[in-house]
Design a protein around this ligand. Structure first.
Ligand code: AMP
Length: 224
């Protein structure tokens, strides 16, 4: 990968496959995976103040306020596992930024991305994927009742934990999340145009993974 590709952002609607691509990139490039959705769900499960604040927004498919999210990421990236030995910030952001003010905050703190991977998936496919999605609350491995059923019913193929149907993976919340993606997150595609690796997210998981790796390698080859 390019010498400079220390910070990668994953963009895409809910259910576009960001979590799955993240696993590929983490395995391949040893980046620290920062999923704001996972961080918030952990806070909800732990019953922290952040979790209590976030839960009301998340359960309805609404966005958690920008100042809360920016504070969360700012604090997280200070930690040693998000830095190279010389202090350079290095991480993979999944689910952040989701709004223009969040992207502004990254730039303000010198944390802007080197590469932005954009997964394109049509809305009706996002809805089908999310209504049938069953998530592992422990390792994040996604399953689907129709497209990727677990080997043992209700249990994660990777770690054996009981799978959950997320409250925000119910139809009303899904529609809201998709609407918010178009109104709040779509504009980031324009903003990051020069850094964008655009991937057809409707391909098989294997093809998506291969396309992402090839896209990053192509960037490396051009040195951009
Ligand atoms: P995700 O797992 O990325 O689909 O996120 C689940 C939920 O967490 C979202 O629907 C939001 O309620 C909240 N969330 C995650 N990341 C952000 C963010 N960057 N800004 C605002 N809300 C967020």
């Amino acid at each position: 990968m390019s010498r400079n590709a220390n910070r990668i952002i994953l963009l895409g609607g809910p259910g576009a496959g960001k979590g799955t691509v993240a696993m590929t990139l983490v395995d391949r490039f040893a980046l620290q995976h920062l999923s704001t959705g996972d961080m918030l769900r952990a806070a909800v499960a732990a019953g922290t103040e952040l979790g209590k604040t976030a839960n009301g927004f998340m359960s309805h498919g609404a966005l958690v306020p920008d100042d809360v999210m920016v504070g969360l990421i700012q604090e997280r990236v200070q930690q040693a596992d998000c830095r190279l030995a010389d202090g350079t910030p290095r991480f993979l952001l999944d689910g952040f930024p989701r709004t223009m003010p969040q992207a502004d905050a990254l730039d303000r703190h010198g944390l802007g991305p080197d590469v932005v991977v954009y997964l394109v998936v049509k809305d009706e496919i996002l809805v089908r994927r999310l209504t049938g999605r069953r998530s592992c609350p422990k390792c994040g491995n996604p399953h689907h009742v129709e497209f990727a059923p677990p080997l043992h019913e209700g249990l994660c193929d990777r770690c054996g934990t009981a799978l959950v149907h997320r409250v925000d993976d119910q139809e009303a919340a899904i529609r809201k999340r998709i609407d918010l993606f178009h109104s709040q997150t779509d504009p980031l595609v324009q903003r990051y145009a020069p850094l964008l690796v655009t991937i057809d997210g409707e391909q098989s998981q294997e093809r998506v993974a291969r396309s992402v790796i090839e896209g990053l390698r192509a960037l490396e080859a051009t040195g951009s």
